[in-house]
Design a protein around this ligand. Structure first.
Ligand SMILES: [Zn+2]
Length: 380
C-alpha cells in the first residue's frame, strides 16, 4: 500500500530564496520544453530528451537529474492531457473547449510541484532536516516539521521521489511511503462507525467524535466567503482560495485525528471496523437547507480513506456495509420503524422499548452488518 506524507519545511530566508529560484527555474524550463513539444508535436520522453536535455541543463542551470525530471514532468502532463482528450473529458471533437485545450502548450506555474529523487534530496530523520539540490548549490540542513506518527512512517517506509511544492507562502515536501502489506488479524467482533454532521463519526461503543470545531470553522469561512464573493476583486479571489485551502487542511487534520482514534480503539479491543458504504451519501443524509452547506461529502470519503489505510497498516479488518435503514432499525430486537426515531438524537424502539442515542444505535447496526458480511466472505 502506498501513501503520501506531507511535511512542512522551515527554511531560513536564504534557503527559501534558493528553493524559490530552483522551483522557478525547473518550471520555467518545463514550460519551455512544453512549448517545444507542442510546436514540434514531439511528446515521447526519449525524443524530447534528445531535443531538449542539453539546452535546459545549460540555459536554466539544472543538474542532470533535475533536467530529466523536468522532461518527464512535461511528457506526463501531455500523456494526461491526451488521455483526457481521448476519453472525451475535454469536450467533443470540434468543441470550443477541446480546441482551447489543443491550441496552446501546457504552462507550468512557478510554484508547481517538482519531483526530487534520492540523489537530489536526502533526509536526516534524527536532525529533522533535509539536504536538497538547488540551482544555487546543495542546501544542507533545511529544517522540517512532522508529527511523531509521520516521522515513524517516513523513517520506516519512505521510498523514491518526493515532490517539492510552494503553496500559500509555505514550502512542503510530499514524500511517498511504500508500506509493506500487514496481514489482517481475524477480528473479534466489529466496531461500527456512523457518519454524520453534528458528530462526524460515532462508534458503537458510544464514543462521539464531535464535528463542533469543524462546523464552527466552516460557518466562519462561509460568512467570510460571502463577503469576499460580493467584493469580487482579484485580491478577494486570492484570499478566497487561501481560505478554502485552510479549511480543507483543518478538515483533513480533524479526519486524521478521528481515524487514528477509531483504529487505535479497534486495535486495542481486537475488533474489525465496519464502515458505511458511502455510495450516494448525499441522498442518504437528508438535511434541512441550512445544514446542507455544512455537508462536505468529500470529507466523509476522506475520513473513510484515512481509516482504511490506518487500519491496513495495523492489520485491522475493514468491511463496508449497506447503510440502508441502519438509523430506523432497533439494534436490540431488529424491529424497523420510522417511529423508532422520535427526534434527530433519540432512538426509542416502539416494539421492545430499547432506548439509545440514535447514532450509537445506528453504529451498532452497522457493526452487526459488519459481522455478517465478514462471516459470509470468510465462510470458505
Ligand atoms: Zn427493539
Amino acid at each position: 500500500m502506498k501513501l503520501v506524507v506531507r511535511v512542512k519545511l522551515l527554511p531560513t530566508p536564504e534557503q527559501a530564496a534558493a528553493l524559490e529560484a530552483t522551483l522557478r527555474a525547473v518550471n520555467d524550463a518545463a514550460t519551455w520544453v512544453s512549448t517545444l513539444a507542442h510546436n514540434q508535436r514531439v511528446f515521447r520522453n526519449y525524443d524530447l530528451r534528445r531535443h531538449a536535455y542539453g539546452q535546459i541543463k545549460d540555459n536554466y542551470g539544472l543538474a542532470a537529474q533535475a533536467a530529466q525530471h523536468v522532461i518527464k514532468k512535461v511528457t506526463d502532463a501531455y500523456a494526461t492531457l491526451h488521455a483526457n482528450l481521448r476519453n472525451g473529458q475535454a469536450g467533443k471533437p470540434g468543441s470550443a473547449r477541446r480546441e482551447r485545450a489543443l491550441a496552446k502548450p501546457i504552462v507550468f506555474r512557478p510554484g508547481a510541484a517538482q519531483p526530487f529523487d534520492d540523489r537530489c534530496l536526502s533526509w536526516q530523520m534524527d536532525a529533522r532536516t533535509v539536504s536538497i539540490w538547488t540551482t544555487w548549490g546543495r542546501m544542507k540542513s533545511v529544517a522540517f516539521t512532522a508529527s511523531a506518527d509521520q516521522l515513524t512512517t517516513l523513517a520506516a517506509y519512505r521510498k523514491g521521489e518526493s515532490d517539492l511544492v510552494y503553496r500559500d507562502g509555505m514550502w512542503f515536501l510530499i514524500a511517498t511511503c511504500d508500506l509493506l502489506d500487514v496481514p489482517v488479524i481475524d477480528p473479534d467482533g466489529f466496531l461500527g462507525v456512523d457518519l454524520g454532521i453534528a458528530n462526524i463519526a460515532i462508534t458503537g461503543d458510544g464514543v462521539r467524535h464531535s464535528g463542533k470545531a469543524l462546523n464552527a470553522v466552516r460557518h466562519r469561512h462561509r460568512e467570510l466567503r460571502r463577503r469576499l464573493q460580493r467584493k469580487n476583486t482579484k485580491s478577494a479571489k486570492r484570499l478566497l482560495k487561501k481560505r478554502r485551502r485552510k479549511e480543507a487542511r483543518f478538515a483533513a487534520d480533524t479526519n486524521h485525528t478521528i481515524a487514528k482514534r477509531i483504529v487505535t480503539e479497534a486495535t486495542r479491543t481486537g475488533q474489525g471496523i465496519a464502515l458505511e458504504d458511502l455510495q450516494g451519501i448525499r441522498d442518504r443524509v437528508r438535511l434541512r437547507k441550512p445544514q446542507r452547506v455544512t455537508l462536505h461529502s468529500w470529507s466523509f470519503h476522506q475520513l473513510g480513506r484515512f481509516i482504511a489505510y490506518k487500519a491496513a497498516r495495523a492489520g485491522v479488518a475493514v468491511v463496508y456495509v449497506d447503510p440502508a435503514y441502519t438509523s430506523q432499525g432497533c439494534s436490540a430486537c431488529g424491529h424497523v420503524d420510522k417511529k423508532n426515531r422520535p427526534d434527530q438524537e433519540t432512538f426509542l424502539c416502539t416494539s421492545c422499548g430499547f432506548a439509545e442515542h440514535a447514532d450509537v444505535n445506528a453504529a451498532r447496526n452497522i457493526a452487526a452488518r459488519g459481522v455478517t458480511s465478514w462471516a459470509v466472505s470468510h465462510a470458505a
